[in-house]
Write a protein that binds this ligand. Sequence first.
Ligand SMILES: [Zn+2]
Ligand SMILES: [Zn+2]
Length: 361
Amino acid sequence: MHSPGAIQPAELWRLFMRAMAVVDYARPLELLHVPAADIPAGHAWIRVLACGVCFSDVKIARGQMPFSSSLRLPHIPGHEICGEVLEAPGGFWFQKGDRVLVYNYWGCGRCPMCRIGQENLCLNLQGWVGFTNPGGFQEGLAVPPERLLPLPPGISPEQAAPIGCAIATAYRAVVTRAAVRPGELVGVIGVGGIGLHAVQIARAAGARVIAVDIDPRKLELARVFGAVAVLPEEAEETARRWGDGIGLDAVIETVGHVHTVDLAIRMIRRGGRLIGVGYRLGDMASIHTPRWVLEEITLMGSRYALRHEVEQAIRLVAEGLVRPVIDEVLPLESANEALERLERGQAIGRLVLQVGSFSGV
Ligand SMILES: [Zn+2]
Ligand SMILES: [Zn+2]
């Protein structure tokens, strides 16, 4: 436990941590200087090095999340967090100075969903970093030690940060939910932060990939990663041509709009799987029931990732099988620029905020 009297001069920054916070849904984030709260008993204290900016952060900043009306402001977003352990309780694998990735969805471990191994659907969430709890758009964070994941050497903080959400989410969608097999034909609709990594993971799993997006620059990058990349108006015909006249084995839908989900449904073959990763408040997906039943279409949601899936995503990056796609690393104070670029669809891959100073990888 910490009281202000226990803070050493070298730790003065803890009293005035820089944070970019949502103060009003109608206004840009503001730079605040916040004192670190007392570290709860048994928690580790990490210095945030880098934090990725996810489209969820746009929705959080603009008040477009299901929980927005009850979220207390100011709120500090940021859930793709790479940090350095400054202080930690004993008995865990890490030591002071270790680089870690934060698992941002803190299940209770006791509810019926946690008990069956689906902590990503916990009914009694203890914390949701950056969503309903303070996140990584600030210099320090207290984290229960079991939510910290080890990072092997050789992955820089800005490369590591997007693994915490974008790459881990893509991993669960492609590997666990779609269960993509070598030789299959997989569609990825929307090649933003999640989609560009879903393309790479599907390729690493041995699948052929058709990527769909409205932005030619994103399609160009998807081609670099081995996908056939097309505009939405060409997608259905391309799916049929490459898919033996019947369509794709599976589609990962990352956008969550009515018309992109509809496009996904038209692209999959009989017996195919549609995995939804994107969602928007108020949007509704629909399917003709004869198509669903008589053609055995599987409709599946995919939410974030379990801790072991995040660890597998880390391994794929460490092995060089997946390359984190970073558009640009910006200083913490440029969080608003990052949100606006994401909102306008102008980020090619992830924008990452450098929060604390670090050197090398
Ligand atoms: Zn995210
Ligand atoms: Zn639970």
